[in-house]
Design a protein around this ligand. Sequence first.
Ligand SMILES: Cc1cc2nc3c(=O)[nH]c(=O)nc-3n(C[C@H](O)[C@H](O)[C@H](O)COP(=O)(O)O)c2cc1C
Length: 376
Amino acid sequence: MKCSRDFAILEIRAKPPYFPMRSFFIRDIEIDPPLILSPMAGVTDYTFRRLIKRRGGVGLVVSEFISVEGLTRNNPKSKRQMRFDEEERPFAVQIFGGRPERMAMGAEMAQEVGADILDVNCGCPAPKVVKNGGGSGLLREPKLLETILKEIKKTITIPLTLKLRTGYTESTINVVDVAKMAEQCGVEHIQVHGRTRDQGYKGLANWEIIRQVKEAVSIPVSGNGDITTIEYGLQKWRGSGVDGILIGRGAMQNPWIFRQFEDVLAGREPYQPDVAEKKDVLLEFFAMCREEMPEIVALGKMKQLAGQFTKGLVGGAQFRQTLYHSHSAEEILDNIQTYFDTLEHRSAFGDGVVEADADLEFTSCEAPELIETASV
Ligand SMILES: Cc1cc2nc3c(=O)[nH]c(=O)nc-3n(C[C@H](O)[C@H](O)[C@H](O)COP(=O)(O)O)c2cc1C
């Protein structure tokens, strides 16, 4: 039995490339390839970003969103979230908050630690973020957002970028106007997740609105939402005419998705990792986590990634059950070994059933409790 993701790739392989891949520039920073690892709180930390970057095909990585209230009050967690490695460049730090002077201070701190780009979060729907005027709350207050952008521009010299949702509610979609205002303020790249704040993660991202943003401004625009296969990504990319795309959840399910995209856009066969490589990527991640964080947090991170990574794989549900009930690194390593051995020998793991994925929704910009508390 094959996993459904492989089928999608095979279909693409039979067709010629749709258009040549072109990098784009955020001022003098080349985004090459024009594929961005979308920021995800509790996921795209120092460890995960390097894991994905090493698979290839990623033109830009972004930190998790970082609270400027935490940063400017010397919260150790916020400071730690700005940590990055040279191998990650170009690297953007994303900040959130609702107070102009704090946002400017946070932006300056990001520049001081050596970030290449400063990104402002204008999309997080979480109530505790919105309540304090940050994230997608700023879509309801474009004047405040304008003040924030102007204050930040006065403070930093690195490029300023913005990540937006389409609007706060379906009846107040305003991303085109917000993008035009941001361009006037000196923002140099707009990223649009094609959902409203009210939508959360329900339904599908609206790429038609993303296309309208692309047409309305002359700075680069990247689109985002629901790309988990090359075929869907190419369709949305071509239809919207954007300069680049961001992939979030799809990178957890398939860490090679960027490389496969790059291959297809360059007219090559998409890279296909074998079972051994799939196992190795989980082991590499676990080893990196164990170096970086307390064991309990590393176990949580591993369960989180493995849960997404084995989505749709034969016997994945049974494998996850064994992982969720693993309480030590040794147990996890044993279970990974056993699961991938069975996959390699094409034998069944558990009852060999491909499970429905409904239990694996992964849709929040609030960091999971375990990671949040244990890493402070
Ligand atoms: C767990 C989780 C955490 C997220 N955290 C952030 C964040 O910190 N900053 C941000 O701009 N977007 C955040 N997002 C939104 C993603 O960057 C992205 O816009 C969204 O998931 C849609 O893209 P996708 O369908 O490729 O995942 C988060 C999404 C998820 C699922």
